[in-house]
Design a protein around this ligand. Structure first.
Ligand SMILES: [Ca+2]
Ligand SMILES: [Ca+2]
Length: 399
């Protein structure tokens, strides 16, 4: 090649400029990194996975949410790692800890560790500094599952000393949970049961939500959903709970869609409810005929404070949904509709071909002319209803 002197200098200058432009951000500021650990769970004992940060200067607070498969390993506790930075405080607010440090082994935010770390004197972290130790214990499930940052772009922030605005990390590195499945099964327990209410249209039914098989809990979250607004829940708070929060979501107005009610009970003392006990009274009045599920949602959970004073949340083992339904006048066979099959069903009962019902709901639904017994008059009323001579209250329709 044959550059002239000027051409050569121009080439060197432009090359140098290009290199400087490309690398200058790296020189000015190395990328901030938060890194999840790779944890090998090879026996029934606990294993510690440390979370590392790099290239973080003048930090006052780090908030992080680590996500894991809670059926592969449960997290027992979290501890600040003070091997490099001595002044780290784990922020726990046991009363309103949804904003602070909490471990979700299942439950509403299943398989997450939330930690708020404060650095009262400020801190700077260079290459891979451990800040938090997460103590895992294996379950009996074998597998390799990711240890990741919650959310599509990672859920961890830091605040500069004295600052109020959180800043995202430049990079979020995932880790891994590798387990031989040598531990105990996931500790499922707890049951919750919604009421099954049968009422006449226009009348009020009452029932209770029960919980049981719970030991040493400090918090109880009951999430109940239903598809109609006429369920008006009332509370009967157990005396041993100190406080409750209540919120409602969804609906789209009071006439359509699913509504969710969240009841959260807190206690300063450990509470055990082994035998089923009513924790919420429900009552509802219907204006029309219908059937409405009362669904116990995945938000139903209970919380146990671990030895380090950190709340650990678990899901209920058993969720029993309930319902509210009205008596369907004329539905003698109980299949949810009134038609000629009900007339035949009643005639078979009256002639002794099938047994008299013992279910009070079926008796009530069959006795449409309300004389207290199942008789041929009821079969006739239903037959007349089926051909449009009577309305749904079994009154004669006058033309
Ligand atoms: Ca029927
Ligand atoms: Ca009758």
């Amino acid at each position: 090649m044959n550059f002239g002197r000027d051409g050569y200098l121009k080439w060197v200058l432009s090359f140098t400029l290009c290199v400087l432009i490309i690398i200058s951000p790296a020189i000015a500021d190395s990328p901030t990194i938060i890194k999840a650990p790779t944890v090998h769970l090879s026996d029934e004992k606990y294993s510690i996975g440390s979370i590392y940060v790099s290239n973080l200067n003048d930090v006052g607070k780090i908030q992080l949410v680590l996500k894991f498969d809670h059926t592969t390993a449960v997290v027992e506790t979290i501890k600040p790692n003070t091997s490099v930075i001595s002044n780290i405080e784990l922020e726990i607010d046991s009363y309103y800890y949804d904003e602070g440090s909490v471990i979700y082994n299942g439950g509403y935010s299943a398989g997450t560790v939330r930690a708020d770390l404060n650095f009262p004197e400020g801190a700077s972290f260079q290459n891979s500094t451990p800040i938090l130790d997460v103590v895992f214990r294996p379950t009996n499930k074998t597998g390799e599952t990711p240890l990741s940052w919650e959310g599509p772009i990672g859920d961890a922030y830091y605040l500069k000393t004295g600052a109020m605005i959180p800043i995202k990390f430049d990079y979020y590195r995932d880790g891994e949970l590798v387990s031989n499945g040598m531990g105990a099964p996931f500790p499922y327990r707890g049951n919750i049961t919604a009421p099954e209410l049968v009422v006449e249209p226009g009348y009020t039914g009452v029932g209770q939500i029960y919980v049981g098989d719970l030991e040493n809990i400090s918090r109880l979250h009951i999430e109940s959903s239903y598809n109609f607004s006429e369920i008006r829940p009332n509370f009967e708070i157990n005396q041993t709970f100190n406080k409750y929060d209540y919120s409602t979501r969804g609906g789209g107005g009071h006439t359509m869609g699913m509504m969710s009610e969240d009841f959260i009970f807190y206690s300063n003392e450990k509470i055990s409810i082994i035998e089923p006990q009513a924790v919420i009274d429900m009552s509802m009045t219907t204006r029309e005929e219908g059937y409405w599920d009362i669904v116990m949602g995945s938000g139903c959970s209970y919380t146990i404070m671990n030895g380090d004073g950190i709340p650990v949340q678990y899901p209920f083992k058993t969720l029993n949904d309930g319902y509210v339904r009205t008596i369907i006048n004329g539905d003698a066979n109980g299949d949810g509709v009134v038609n000629q099959a009900d007339t035949l069903h009643l005639l078979k009962i009256i002639t002794g071909n099938i047994p008299h019902p013992s279910d009070p709901i079926l008796i009530n639904q069959s006795d449409v002319h309300r004389d207290g017994v199942i008789d041929v008059g009821d079969a006739m009323f239903i037959a007349q209803y089926n051909v449009g001579l009577r309305d749904k209250w079994f009154e004669l329709i006058t033309p």
